[in-house]
Design a protein around this ligand. Structure first.
Ligand code: GLU
Length: 446
């Protein structure tokens, strides 16, 4: 339900951004939470803070021409949406996936504003990417694409302006090629312009693991708030990319057992607990399919083209992509006794499924809070770059754990303050929004 003052705001967003369904969904989710804030702070409505937050400060769309290994010319589209810089330089990843269009980049950029605010770090919100499909492309093709992409992007970014990082389809390899081209074009060794870099050129320890580790820490806090822990819990993780891999690794360290994970072809079940090193070998080194896991691991089973959420578990951690967990999946999870959900991906749970979890009393940690560990550790990478320093793994992981505990505490306390105890969606949206809104009020009409 939308507050009456927010209904026209939402209608306007839909009218002005036609066909951008995911963006509408992300805006609606935040607006549904902030009704009580508008009643308490009429100055936000008077100064049109909400309307301003929904309109990106700057949107860049560009052509990315490149040549494939056969010498054929390829054309992709590149995006960077610089959404909000009230708290710091625009910060957010780049996604390379065929599904990428303006609506996806805007939903991600919009969520990023509030996620970044929740980390307590001085970073604004932005996102970018391309409809380039890295699947099946050679290393040289990926390099040529990244170089062409950066040849345009370089004029829009900078350590004090906009600091991209990875997301789906963009990992250490791509960040390396992007940084190499940025350095060459600008003739500047500006480490702080990108995060997620390799350790050899200014990267931070724990950044690779951070989103997954952070999500596990967040769920641990949600469980602790209910007098529980990961100990002895069965966990299902969707996806098998960077977020899923390090979620599984940390869940195992914290005493849980991950019994299933997936990719777009299906899922694998392994009652003994997923062998994370084997998944890493197949997905990261060989860039293969998940069915291979069942061929190599005795006792494991591959199930093609079905939802991983049919596997019974205590804790579900969707870590693949947007709207992957539907209301039917939520019903199956609830019927199987699931008690907690932590979103490792961005907006993986549909609005209907979120409602079902909340009505069933399942602890639900939205991505804005639960997956904030990635970008928070990017902010730690920026700190190290600014001071030309390099921190140890142990120290950086400790900082990440503290930040995730703070994010949890902030969401928990805000939900209680607004009369919705245990509602992490409301807590995250309200706490993130008020941080940004207060800064915007103080910065004047800009
Ligand atoms: N793409 C990640 C996210 O969704 C990380 C962004 C970053 O490190 O800037 O938050």
């Amino acid at each position: 339900m939308l507050h009456e003052r927010l209904e026209p705001v939402y209608e306007n967003v839909v009218q002005r951004n036609r066909g951008e369904d995911e963006f509408h969904q992300a805006v609606r989710e935040v607006l549904e939470s902030i009704g009580p804030v508008i009643d308490k702070h009429p100055e936000y409505a008077e100064q049109k803070i909400i309307e301003r937050i929904c309109e990106p400060e700057r949107q860049i769309v560009f052509r990315v021409p490149w040549e494939d290994d056969r010498g054929e010319v390829q054309i992709n589209r590149g995006f960077r949406v610089e959404f909000n810089s009230a708290l710091g330089p625009y910060k957010g990843g780049l996604r390379f996936h065929p599904s990428v269009y303006q609506g996806i980049v805007k939903f991600l950029g919009f969520e990023q504003i509030f996620k970044n605010a929740l980390t307590g770090q001085p970073i604004g919100g932005g996102k970018g990417g391309s409809d380039f499909d890295p699947k099946g492309r050679s290393d040289r093709e990926v390099m040529r694409f990244c170089q062409s992409f950066m040849t345009e992007l370089h004029r829009h970014i900078g350590e004090y302006t906009d600091v991209p990082a990875g997301d789906i389809g963009v990992g250490g390899r791509e960040i390396g090629y992007l940084f190499g081209q940025y350095k060459r074009i600008t003739n500047r060794y500006e480490s702080g312009v990108l995060t997620g870099k390799h350790l050899s050129f200014g990267g931070a320890r724990v950044r690779t693991e951070a989103t997954g580790y952070g999500c596990a820490f967040f769920v641990q806090e949600m469980l602790a708030a209910r007098g529980q822990s990961f100990d002895g819990k069965q966990v299902v993780v969707s996806g098998s990319g960077n977020v899923a891999i390090y979620t599984m690794a940390k869940v195992h360290q914290l005493g849980g057992t991950v019994v299933a994970c997936s990719d777009s072809s299906g899922y694998v079940v392994d009652e003994k607990g997923i062998d994370v090193e084997l998944i890493k070998q197949i997905k990261e080194v060989e860039r293969g399919r998940i069915a291979t896991y069942a061929e190599r691991r005795p006792g494991a089973k591959f199930v093609a083209q079905r939802s991983v959420w049919e596997v019974p578990c205590d804790v579900a951690m969707p870590s693949a992509t947007q709207n992957e967990l539907t209301d039917a999946d939520a019903a199956a999870l609830i019927a199987n006794g699931c008690i907690a959900v932590g979103e490792g991906a961005n907006m993986p749970t549909t609005p209907e499924a979120v409602r079902s979890f909340q009505e069933a009393g399942v602890a639900f940690g939205p991505g804005k809070a639960a997956n904030a560990g990635g970008v928070a550790t990017s902010a730690l990478e920026m700190q190290q770059n600014a001071s030309r320093d390099s921190w140890s793994f142990e120290f950086t992981e400790k900082r990440l754990e503290e930040i995730m505990k703070d994010v949890h505490a902030r969401c928990y306390a805000t939900a209680a303050e607004y009369g919705m105890p245990g509602n992490y969606v409301a807590g995250a949206n309200i706490a993130g929004f008020t941080n940004v809104a207060d800064a915007m009020l103080r910065l004047g009409l800009v």
